[in-house]
Design a protein around this ligand. Structure first.
Ligand SMILES: [Fe+2]
Length: 179
């Protein structure tokens, strides 16, 4: 039987309950890649008939992690941003996402400005996932109709995150937005 959403969620619960650190998250990432190879899952939750937007497919009442589908419309390049005190795993379902990982070069003492430089860029194609640990800064660049599934350690709308203007270094706090 194909690996489905219920099985994926059950595995996330068991894994993160045992180890919520990098090793456990890595296992979740591998399982997400497995889930994204299930065509029935992709068609049902990320297929062409799905409306544009972000949908919470599951939130764990005990551990707090979320599984979200991102059905994007127009192409977009996001600014460099973090996921606050959470981690995030991005898994591509349709089209692609060009990921850039950024490194902060200042000492973090100024809450309004940061100096960042890109250190790694790569493309996530359907079936591939990437992981961004607590405080890691990344940016995403995707074409029209990109679709991806994201797993976050907690509901990101409830925590402060930052985005950084790569040119000016200006920091803005993000709340109630998802990117
Ligand atoms: Fe992100």
């Amino acid at each position: 039987m194909a690996y489905d959403l219920d099985q994926f969620i059950a595995d996330c619960r068991a894994t993160l309950d045992r180890d919520s650190g990098p090793a456990g998250r890595n296992e979740v990432m591998k399982n997400l890649e497995r889930l994204l190879k299930n065509k029935d899952f992709v068609d049902k939750y990320c297929g062409g008939d799905q409306p544009t937007g972000i949908k919470v497919l599951y939130e764990d009442p005990k551990l707090g992690f979320q599984v979200l589908s991102h059905i994007m419309g127009k192409a977009r390049v996001s600014p460099p941003h973090d996921h606050g005190k959470s981690w995030a795993i991005y898994g591509q379902a349709a089209e692609y996402t060009d990921m850039t990982e950024w490194q902060r070069e200042d000492d973090g003492s100024d809450p309004t400005h940061a100096r960042v430089k890109p250190v790694k860029t790569y493309r996530l194609n359907p079936g591939q996932a990437g992981i961004y640990q607590d405080g890691a800064i990344h940016s995403i660049d995707y074409p029209d109709n990109a679709r991806f599934v994201r797993i976050t350690g907690t509901d990101l709308d409830k925590i402060d995150r930052i985005k950084i203007d790569a040119k000016t270094g200006e920091i803005a706090i993000m709340r109630m937005t998802a990117s």
